[in-house]
Design a protein around this ligand. Structure first.
Ligand SMILES: Cc1ncc(COP(=O)(O)O)c(C=O)c1O
Length: 369
């Protein structure tokens, strides 16, 4: 089996696994005042400091959440006010809370993307409280001009949120350099387990809770914290910090190889977002005339795990809203497949993956045409 779906989930890094086993013994509740509780508290504090350092933040600016979805929801619900602007290519965990608020009367403006998958955030309407533009797109890998978007948001008097889930560990992130007020992370895209993420909330801002309970995570995310997951997340950040440039250079080399092999072997295919700045491991390719869901199933049968993008599940294959926002027809968006490489991907796998794609596409076209 060849796994090219790292944007959906990454395997757990050996360093992270080892760290989780080490800290499993620390079982106390971080809110307990006794010794066992305080061991857990120290571990949680250290983990928070490491996650904060990874993005150039202060530890007290980090709120641990259950993942990217929860962090995005807290960001949108806390800061959207009565009028907000969001890019058309956001993940559903940003778009859906905005839709929910729009149904309740909040004015929501959508910022368009161009054919290269880049959001134009120059035109922020007056009176907007929050602008949300992601750092790297999950379907295309296109890196957004977030620094510019932050400036435009601040010039309009709005706060700026960026969903950095698909950028973290792939490009260096510094919240001060970006000028972001609020930023989302998720551990399971960074070789740590599912179930933990973080919301950076700049000092001076106060997020509001989605749930009521204890005072954990500044009462924004009540409930006993998972010290094991926090330690895993922190280790993933430390590991990424050390190896990011080297890993990403190799992953980019393999991604370019995959794209040139596929485009050389398969006619009528197009790389989405090519020419725009992209994170290293993502390649989104339209295979004209095919149905992406059937292609993904056939590739899976041939031993290659890929995906149609985040909006898709086996029961629900909708065209990616990211691709339609870039101007692709519904048909072309449905004919698109996302390949996402990671640390463990090898050159031999890339060669086999390209052959599998070429054979599968040609046999499907042979059948349908
Ligand atoms: C860009 C982006 N934001 C948010 C999420 C949601 O993160 P989580 O799965 O941790 O809830 C994802 C997951 O695919 C994503 O790709």
């Amino acid at each position: 089996m060849i796994y090219l779906d790292h944007n959906a989930a990454t395997p757990i890094a050996p360093e992270v696994r080892e760290e989780m086993l080490r800290v499993l013994e620390i079982y106390g509740n971080p809110s307990s005042l006794h010794e066992e509780g305080q061991k857990a508290r120290s571990l949680l504090d250290e983990s928070r400091a490491k996650v904060a350092a990874f993005i150039g933040a202060f530890p007290d600016e980090i709120i641990f959440t259950s993942g990217g979805t929860e962090a995005n929801n807290i960001a949108v619900h806390s800061f959207a006010g009565s009028s907000a602007a969001v890019s058309a290519i956001e993940h559903s965990s940003v778009l859906k809370p905005f839709e929910y608020l729009a149904a309740k009367g909040v004015r929501v403006h959508h910022l368009p993307a161009d054919s290269g998958g880049i959001v134009s955030a120059g035109n922020i309407p007056a009176g907007v409280s929050l602008v949300s533009v992601m750092l790297a797109n999950n379907d295309t890998g296109v890196i957004q001009p977030v620094r510019k978007a932050t400036e435009a948001a601040h010039a309009a008097g709005a706060l700026f949120h960026t969903d950095a889930v698909q950028a973290a560990g792939k490009i260096r992130i510094n919240v001060r350099e970006l000028g972001a007020d609020i930023l989302t992370l998720s551990a399971h895209k960074m070789y740590a387990p599912k179930g933990i993420g973080a919301l950076f909330v700049r000092r001076g801002l106060k997020a509001s809770p989605l749930m009521q309970g204890g005072s954990q995570e500044k009462a924004v995310r009540p409930g006993t914290e998972s010290t094991v997951l926090a330690a895993a997340f922190a280790k993933a950040c430390e590991t990424a910090e050390k190896r990011m440039e080297k890993d990403e250079a190799e992953i980019a080399r393999l991604r370019d190889m995959l794209e040139s092999l596929i485009t050389a072997k398969v006619t009528d295919c197009r790389i989405n977002g090519l020419g725009s700045p992209r994170v290293s491991g993502t390649s989104n390719i339209t295979f004209s005339g095919l149905k992406g869901d059937s292609l993904i199933i056939n590739l899976d049968l041939a031993g290659l795990c890929v995906s149609g993008g985040s909006a898709c599940s086996s029961a629900d294959f909708r065209p990616s809203h990211v691709l339609t926002a870039m101007g692709l027809s519904d048909g072309d968006a449905r004919a698109s497949v996302r390949f996402s490489l990671g640390r463990g991907t090898t050159e031999e796998e890339i060669v086999r993956a390209a052959e599998t794609v070429a054979d599968t596409v040609s046999s499907m076209r042979g059948k349908t045409w």
